[in-house]
Design a protein around this ligand. Structure first.
Ligand code: ATP
Ligand code: MG
Length: 573
């Protein structure tokens, strides 16, 4: 029977008592550990192609692969699948490494590049030719498509399919030497032109591409195709569980076929899981690239992008993303996850970890007429009611303060409990104030609200048990920091951005209101001291993050997410 497992899966008997609580991928891994299939070894990898920045879908794969390696005391490789020089760049390699590291994917010294295996892959291709399992085809790409057949019709063999081994060896070597133009010839596997699985109808293994590779330069002018290369990369690195997304299920027979043809190679197991799709989001790298190059957004790290760098700049923490991935789980069927679930996870994490501050985004001045002129004071404020270790701070208060324009209404309806003439409200951490008078300019705009305060309510407590129905935030006029605040909404106005009338594209679904810039926000002074990347809560408004565009002279904040939680409300319903 099976061996005991020496990893952390709790699998010290033949049956893991926790097996049922695991997702199906982890169940497979736990079972393999229990049966000793790989000698108890677990090796996973994350294999990005460096042709774009990582997005939240990739994050799911990173969290899954690195998480399994960690939980089962295995190893986790970061491998660049850099087999297409035309679309790949070192900029992407650098950003991907930064993003994987930031997400907590720790590859230690296990960083690999498929391009380092080009010689080995070539040698294996020669082995297949020698075995009569691969041939050089001179058909044009268009002819190859026509010969391939359809789901209902079998394919036809290429007239070059029965070339001799010698001729194939000669042509393949000359392909490698650069004797032929792009597209003139390809190397194909000789499998089955009548297979029900189109992937097995003599798939292309190599194509000619006279292009400079970001790592191998001009050394190669033939490049391996994904299906040929991927299993070999896994095999070379002795990956045990090669986890990929569902669209590769139909490629698995090919993955296995290639490895079965080669002598004495390690043969990993491919396992497919459902890719992550999100509402109000596009996840294709090609479309994300288009958003960047056509300047619909301000770069890959625009806070509206679903990229890891965009989410980081927006103020999401790695914990937010990991907790979301955990909630979504790992399934065998594709579905689209409500982006509100991601936002719910972001709020839940930031609620635990963000210090609270006061900021006024749309300021209107309040003068406290009975507060002595020229006087000011510092009031105590709690940084994070969820975390006592975050401590306290002092907030400057004086005769003139700003409040949020929408926290005042002159002719207030019954249910409006905030400031209105004759009404008493609490200023957070400060005093009770009562509105006495409103001053307007010639056009009727409110320019000043005059109030009185009750000195006995210092700190916001009433000594006689008097109740007020609302507490509003404020910032001192004499002592504050001015800031630009970038308010973000979903980049797309529709849950499915691809659902457009004929003749339109996903670009037509872009939300014109996805970015609104507030130029005249005022902040309590402490906020002016925070370095780029700091995540905070602006009381009553939402979570915000200091943007790297900030200068010593001018702070810039990004809205991470507002406080309203539609997801939690949905759950209650
Ligand atoms: P393309 O291959 O079209 O360039 P890709 O998104 O598949 O796009 P890769 O760099 O090949 O890009 O992806 C690296 C890994 O991330 C793959 O193993 C893939 O399975 C995984 N991955 C990509 N998108 C998602 C997603 N939406 N959900 C989960 N995993 C994903
Ligand atoms: Mg891919």
């Amino acid at each position: 029977m099976s061996e005991n497992c020496n990893c952390n899966c709790g699998n010290n008997d033949n049956v893991n008592p926790n097996r049922e609580s695991l997702d199906f991928v982890r169940q497979i891994v736990a079972d393999d550990c229990a049966s000793g299939k790989w000698g108890g070894r677990v090796a996973t990898r994350f294999p990005p192609e460096p042709n774009g920045y990582l997005h939240i879908g990739h994050a799911k794969s990173i969290v899954l692969n690195s998480g399994i390696a960690q939980e089962f005391a295995g190893s986790f490789n970061l491998r660049f699948d850099d087999t297409n020089p035309v679309k790949e760049e070192d900029e992407y390699v650098q950003s991907i490494m930064a993003d994987v590291r930031w997400l907590g994917g720790d590859w230690q010294d296990r960083l690999f590049f498929a391009s380092d295996y080009f010689q080995q892959m070539y040698d294996w291709a020669v082995e297949l030719i020698r075995k009569g399992k691969a041939y050089v085809d001179d058909l044009t790409p268009e002819e190859i498509r026509q010969y391939r057949g359809t789901l209902t019709e079998p394919g036809r063999p290429s007239p070059y399919r029965d070339r001799s081994v010698e001729e194939n060896l000669d042509l393949f070597e000359r392909m490698k030497k650069g004797e032929f133009a792009n597209g003139a010839r390809v190397l194909r596997a000789k499998i089955d032109m009548a297979s029900n699985n189109l992937n097995l109808r003599d798939p292309i293994m190599y194509r000619i591409l006279h292009a400079t590779h970001h790592r191998t330069g001009d050394k190669w002018c033939i490049y391996p195709m994904y299906d040929w290369a991927h299993g070999l990369e896994d095999s070379i690195e002795k990956i045990t569980h090669s986890i990929c997304t569902l669209e590769f299920e139909n490629h698995r027979p090919l993955y296995d076929w290639f490895l079965d043809q080669l002598d004495g190679v390690f043969h990993p197991q491919q396992i497919e899981f459902a890719r992550l799709n999100l509402t109000y989001t596009v996840m294709s790298k090609r479309k994300l690239l288009q958003l960047v190059t056509e300047k619909h957004v301000n770069g890959w790290d625009d806070p509206r992008m679903p990229t890891v760098s965009g989410m980081r700049r927006r103020g999401y923490s790695p914990e937010c993303i990991r907790s979301f991935c955990k909630k979504v789980g790992v399934a065998k069927f594709n579905s689209t996850v409500d982006v509100a679930l991601l936002e719910h996870c972001v709020r839940a994490e930031l609620n635990k970890t963000s210090s609270r501050y006061m900021a006024v985004l749309d300021p209107v001045k309040v003068v406290i007429t009975n507060y002595p002129e020229g006087q000011s004071e510092y009031l105590d404020a709690v940084n994070n009611p969820e975390d006592a270790s975050a401590g306290n701070r002092k907030v400057p208060f004086g005769r003139e303060i700003y409040i949020e324009r929408e926290d005042f209404m002159e002719d207030a309806p019954k249910k409006f409990f905030r400031l209105t003439p004759g009404r008493e409200v609490r200023l957070r951490y400060a005093y009770f104030i009562t509105c006495q008078e409103v001053i307007k300019d010639a056009t009727g705009n409110i320019v000043e609200i005059r109030c009185t305060y009750d000195p006995a309510t210092r700190g916001g407590d009433s000594p006689d048990g008097r109740k007020v129905k609302s507490t509003i935030h404020w910032v001192s006029v004499a002592d504050n920091v001015k800031a630009e605040v970038r308010m973000y909404d979903h980049l797309f106005a529709k849950p499915d951005p691809e659902d457009v009338p004929e003749g339109q594209t996903f670009l037509n679904s872009i939300n014109p209101e996805s970015l609104k810039v507030i130029n005249n926000a005022v902040l309590e002074p402490e906020l002016g001291k925070l370095p780029a990347g700091t995540r905070v809560q602006f009381e009553r408004l939402g979570y915000f993050c200091v943007d790297p565009d900030s200068t010593p002279a001018r702070k810039v904040f990004n809205l991470t997410i507002n406080l309203r939680d539609t997801w939690a409300k949905e759950q209650v319903k």
